[in-house]
Every structure is written in C-alpha cells, then in structure tokens.
Design a protein around this ligand. Structure first.
Ligand code: DGY
Length: 317
C-alpha cells in the first residue's frame, strides 16, 4: 500500500476514505510543517496532502528524485507550492476547486454586508456596553442593494459572487479578468483594473495568489477608488498591498474593507486591529464541516486516481 501523509487533522470521513486506499499518517498539529518536516515528508511518503502554509518551494523540492510523487493540496489556492518546479521534477500537484466555490462566495457576500453595514463595529459597541439605543442617524452604513460591484478575477468563485450579488442584491456587476471571459450572469468585463476600481461601490478580490497577482491592488488602485467604496479580499492576503490599504483606511481614502486573508497570516498588523472601518475574519472562507469534508474527499480522490493511473480530477501542473 502507498504511504500518504496528511499534514493536518481532517474530518473523520476523509481519513476513513483515505485509509481505504492507503497507509495513512495524519499529523496531529494544526500549524504549518517546518522545513525539516517538509523535507522528511518528501523522502518518506509516496503522496502528501499539504495545505495552506506548507511551503513546498524550490528549496524543499530540489535534490530529488524524492519518494513523494504527488502533492494533493487540500484547498484551491496552491501559491504555497512551486507547481512549475514540481512539474519539472516529476511531482504532480492537484487542488480541490469546486468543493469550496459556494462557501467562499458566501463569505465574500458576508464581508460585503459586514463592512458596508458596519456589522462588526456595531457588535463591538453592543458587547462593550456602549450602545445607548436606536436613533435615526446612528451607525449609518452603505446600502448595498442596487449598488455597483467590481469583481477582480472572474473564475468559479468570482462568478458565484456575481450571481449572489446580482440576483440576491440587484447589484450591477462589472469585472476585470486577465483573459476575455464570457459568464452567464449579467456582468460587464472591463479592460482596465483601474477603470473598474474607480467606478464601483464595492471591489471584491477573487484572483489566485502567487507572484503574478502580488500587490495587484496597490496604492495606485486604492487611490482611484471612491471615498465611500469598500474593498473585500477573500483571495490571498498578498494580492493587496497591506501597508497601502492601512493608509487608505486611516486617511479615509476608501470607506472600509472586509478581509478574510492577510499578507503574513496569522499575523494581522496592529494598525489594522486599531481601525474601526475594517472587518477582520480569520480566513473562514471554507470553514464549514461539509465543505472541508468535500475538499478532503477531493484530495483523496486525486491521490486514488493518481496511484491507479487514471486521469486526474484536478491537476494544476
Ligand atoms: C483555499 O482553498 O485556497 C482556501 O483559502 C483554504 O486554503
């Protein structure tokens, strides 16, 4: 039986499924693998199920051939894995798209509402005993229904966000995508990210992370946004220049932000923690048991297909 290493505890049905096919070792820690653990895993196991934070970069993957021939990532985002270098060295990388599209889009809508309607700020007020009762001009936020939404990255998750925003909230949707993309939600593709940013009330980021998108949302993009507009990031933290965002929030250059991801997770800059006009979630995008179970099942299915010589459901390289 092939030896598989699962780098974090996963829902029990996923482990049970993996054990039907493989000799499985599950690491009980919830923290990212250390470099020594990553190197050892490459030598000891036939396949690894890594996840966010398990940095399988060139330094870890070099020096092969390794025993490990497949990194079946748990998650859709795989910017912690050097997939090109892996491919050059005969290591296959797969991910788990599809299983998490709706859950991640839901979190985007949640953050849009939370930041526009000041939900977290209101909750802090209630919990701290500062609420003095309802009055007509208290905590006025941005009404979301009918407003203009800009989506950066119109993949599966971007389209699921568009659907919810358009059909649920009557929002007018525009988007920026590297390549021309036709979608089956009423939405307009714009050629320039700057034009999109300048013309929407809410800008949501749903592009993959990695070197191509690092600081795609920088000071120049934030500078053209409307002063009442909100930025929502459910993608990867480093797509947004966090320092530039802090400045934009501190100076009122934009109305607010809703973040599920950060440049150096789990570190959240103290300056962000101090601000009232930002909603901060702990990377909750896929955090529901059935979603995490479906993601795990897909990772196991990728492993099974790989070792049985079948076509891979979700290859990334
Ligand atoms: C994903 O699937 O990429 C989520 O962000 C969790 O890693």
């Amino acid at each position: 039986m092939k030896r598989i290493f699962i780098t974090r505890p996963l829902p029990a049905p996923v482990i049970a499924e993996a054990e039907k096919h493989f000799r499985v070792e599950v690491r009980e820690k919830t923290t990212p693998l250390t470099r020594t653990e990553r190197r050892a895993a490459m030598a000891l196991y036939d396949g690894i199920v890594p996840t966010l934070g398990d940095n399988f970069n060139e330094q870890v993957l070099q020096g092969g051939p390794h025993r490990c021939k497949i990194l079946a990532n748990f998650g859709v985002g795989y910017n912690h894995i050097d997939a090109d270098f892996a491919a050059e060295n005969g290591i296959c990388v797969t991910n788990t798209p599809g299983a998490l599209t709706d859950a991640t889009a839901d979190i985007a809508l949640m953050l849009m509402l939370m930041t526009c309607r000041r939900a977290a700020e209101g909750e802090r007020m209630v919990r701290s005993g500062q609420w003095e009762g309802w009055h007509p001009t208290q905590m006025l936020g941005l009404h979301l229904s009918g407003k203009r939404l800009g989506i950066v990255g119109m993949g599966r998750i971007g389209q699921a966000i568009a659907k919810r925003a358009h059909f649920g909230f009557g929002m007018e949707v525009a988007y920026f995508n590297r390549s021309p993309k036709k979608v089956d939600v009423p939405a307009t593709q714009l050629k320039s990210l700057k034009t999109l940013a300048a013309n929407v009330d809410v800008l949501v980021i749903s592009v993959p992370g990695g070197t191509n998108t690092k600081h795609l949302i920088d000071a120049d993009i934030l500078a053209v946004m409307k002063s009442h507009a909100h930025l929502v990031n459910i993608a990867r933290g480093d797509v947004v220049d966090e320092n530039a965002l802090i400045t934009a929030l501190q100076t009122g250059q934009i109305g607010g932000a809703g973040l599920d991801v950060y440049e150096n997770e789990p570190d959240v800059p103290a300056a962000l923690l101090k601000l009232n006009n930002v909603t901060l979630l702990p990377h909750l995008g896929t955090a529901a048991l059935e979603v995490r179970t479906a993601m795990g099942m897909l990772a196991v299915e990728n492993l099974r297909a790989f070792f049985e010589g079948e076509g891979l459901p979700n290859p990334v390289n």
